[in-house]
Design a protein around this ligand. Structure first.
Ligand code: PMV
Length: 302
């Protein structure tokens, strides 16, 4: 049976989540945890593995791109990326599904086109996505992203490890983005100051990342976490993990993604990794040493 497999990575946002929705720059890194989609011709469309409205939208979007709207196509999904915890599983799913179907029909959209299709699909799950998740999933590596402007690839310097801590608390990106929208509406002057601070943090972080100044990077992550706490997207569970990681010697720690639950990320120098992993576990989180991926979307027959 003719089939085509494609995969796309998840991500962790190091700087600028939420503020990126309002046009400020943000920095994300791709994880070597991927969603893999295999598309094949069939009589009646079926999705195996993961069933979300997002997959159906991704199928529609891909079929339209290859001028096959309304035809049947089946997709089998596999993932080693935890779902709905702020690690970009929905964008990775959208990118992998679209790439597998276009690949099945012998077409490879440009990265920009693939990004735009996945962004349309993401609107199914939350109304106002900034686009950072599909951007990093398509491109891989590390990027500076700005809404409506695009990406700048970042060359990572310095020796550090990212340790993720999952609170296990479910959350909804759409609900958290809405919470921030209400805050912004009610406090326009505070909002403007916080936005300006988030923007400065992201540009200083970009310099620090490229220079490999890990001490500075860690400090900036702590400050970024403070801003996220200020706009109301942290939680007791996230704070517990953030403080546990810092106390165990992390250079910096912050929540990552939409917040309200989900994951935090700590920047750790080599010799402290085990201590931070243990501290997160003891504080009730599920720790994971984050494998960074240079590779974004990957086309290939499985
Ligand atoms: O869905 P998450 O948890 O990866 O969050 C995405 C980042 C936000 O800035 C909160 C939303 C967005 O669209 O950029």
């Amino acid at each position: 049976m003719e089939n085509f497999t494609a995969s796309a990575p998840g991500k962790v946002i190091l700087f600028g989540e939420h503020f990126v929705v309002y046009g400020e720059p943000a920095i994300a890194v791709a994880l070597d945890l991927r969603v893999e989609a295999t598309a094949y011709r069939c009589e009646k469309s079926i999705v195996e593995g993961l069933r979300t409205p997002l997959v159906e939208r991704a199928i529609e979007e891909a079929l339209r791109f290859v001028n096959r709207s309304g035809e049947a196509v089946c997709v089998r999904l596999r993932s080693n990326l935890p779902i709905s915890v702020g690690l970009g599983s929905s964008a990775a799913t959208a990118v992998a599904v679209i790439a597998s179907i276009t690949g099945l029909f012998g077409v490879k959209p440009s990265r920009d086109r693939l990004f735009r299709m996945a962004l349309e699909v993401e609107k199914t799950v939350h109304v106002n996505p900034s686009g950072i998740d599909p951007a990093i999933s398509v491109n891989g590596g590390a990027i500076l992203y700005r809404r409506g402007w695009g990406i700048e690839p970042i060359k990572l310097g310095g020796d550090f490890t990212l340790v993720i801590g999952n609170t296990g608390v479910p959350r909804s990106t759409g609900a958290m983005v809405e919470k921030v929208r209400l805050f912004a509406e009610n406090h326009p002057r505070v909002r403007d100051r916080l936005r300006a601070a988030a923007s400065s943090i992201a540009s200083e972080a970009l310099e620090a990342l490229e220079k490999g100044d890990v001490e500075k990077l860690g400090r900036l992550m702590d400050v970024n976490h403070g801003l996220l706490e200020a706009i109301g997207v942290s939680s007791l569970e996230l704070e517990r993990l953030v403080y546990a990681a810092r106390r165990a010697g992390a250079l910096g720690a912050k929540l990552t993604g939409a917040g309200g639950g989900g994951c935090m990320v700590a920047l750790v120098a080599g010799k402290r990794v085990e201590a931070v992993v243990e501290a997160i576990r003891k504080a009730g989180g599920e720790p994971m040493v984050a494998p960074i991926s240079r590779v974004g979307v990957l086309y290939g027959n499985g």
